[in-house]
Design a binder for this molecule. Structure first.
Ligand code: GDP
Length: 171
């Protein structure tokens, strides 16, 4: 059964985690950009695919642009949180950002589903999704549906399944 209502998905994560590559994967061919421009703090992507609106933001930039993505929490029915599995140094920053998101007034009391991509699973340094889940304390999230998927945004591995899970939680 096809439902036609639009849903808004917010894609967030640190710079270089793979957000642009991931959202590019879900674009129609004519929309795909050949180069991804680093755009710290600004909306990097906004497009629509089969009734799903994706908006992506970079969480880097020392929180200077925080209000830009937090502004979208209210109108988002699902969140994709992208993690560079090979970037062990910044895993603690990732945890801070995730905790801040989970406690935000526009998120904290809602059962908004959260999909985490443990991206760059193809790299030799990549931590497994299980290790990332433990490092981020995901087991403590009891009041929202969440799911962590390993992904390789370069080949698209894991992307469709992850987003399918998210859309199923919403529709
Ligand atoms: P963003 O800053 O979060 O939008 O990250 P980008 O999508 O621009 O990706 C940052 C860099 O990581 C680019 O050079 C991508 O080609 C690369 N990249 C993204 N996803 C993957 C992945 O799954 N595996 C590998 N090996 N590289 C990736």
């Amino acid at each position: 059964k096809l439902k036609k209502e639009q849903i808004n998905i917010l894609v967030v994560g640190l710079n270089n985690s793979g957000k642009s590559t991931i959202v590019n994967h879900f674009k129609n061919p004519e929309e795909k950009s050949l180069v991804t421009v680093p755009t710290v703090g600004f909306s990097v992507e906004k497009f629509q695919n089969q009734g799903v609106n994706f908006t992506a933001f970079d969480m880097s930039g020392a929180g200077r642009y925080r209000s830009l993505w937090e502004h979208h929490f209210k109108s988002s029915q699902g969140i994709v949180f992208v993690i560079d599995s090979s970037d062990r140094m910044r895993l603690v920053v990732v945890k801070d950002e995730l905790d801040t998101l989970l406690h935000h007034p526009d998120i904290v009391d809602r059962k908004v589903p959260i999909l985490l991509f443990a991206n760059k699973m193809d790299t030799p340094e990549a931590l497994s999704s299980v290790k990332i889940a433990a490092a981020l304390g995901l087991e403590k999230i009891k009041d929202k549906p969440w799911h962590i998927s390993s992904s390789n945004a370069l080949t698209g591995d894991g992307l469709q399944d992850g987003v399918q899970w998210l859309v199923q939680q919403i529709r």
